[in-house]
Design a binder for this molecule. Structure first.
Ligand code: RB5
Length: 144
């Protein structure tokens, strides 16, 4: 199950990503927001992050205007590794090297076609399980 959340700045792209993922056969849990009315991105970052932590979802997608605020908010939560990506190379590396469990996107930064390619790349990539990457992630978790 993939979790997805956005603020108003990412609402339209969120709806597009949900439809795309459902068409590809993914199960999707929508954590809001549910309209373009102005709202606060930390609420949705926290909801998706908690969904990962309690095992409700295996990974998440967060969208705001830039992808920045919502990824900063998600990364405050221990165990969450949110990567804001604007290209497929970074999206693949975020999963393979950084074991990112959330992909963040900026609706006002990239077009929908690129956004969907980035989503597909991120979801299809796998963590490399290489010792050096594991060590670095552990260093982040231990804040050293
Ligand atoms: C909302 O206007 C906008 O600030 C937000 O979506 C996001 O871009 C913040 O980082």
């Amino acid at each position: 199950m993939i979790g997805i959340g956005s603020d108003h700045g990412g609402f339209s792209l969120k709806q597009t990503v949900i439809q795309h993922l459902k068409e590809k056969g993914y199960e999707v849990k929508d954590y809001g927001c549910y309209s373009e009315e102005s709202c606060d991105y930390p609420i949705y970052a926290k909801a998706v992050a908690q969904g990962i932590k309690n095992g409700e979802i295996t990974g998440g997608i967060l969208i705001c205007g830039t992808g920045i605020g919502i990824s900063i908010a998600a990364n405050k939560i221990p165990g969450i590794r949110a990567a804001s990506c604007t290209d497929t190379f970074s999206a693949r590396a975020a999963k393979e090297h950084n074991h990112a469990n959330i992909l963040a996107l900026g609706e006002r930064v990239i077009g929908k076609g690129l956004a969907l390619d980035i989503v597909d790349t991120f979801l299809e990539a796998e963590f490399s399980n290489d010792g050096r990457h594991i060590r670095r992630i552990e260093m982040i978790e231990n804040e050293s």
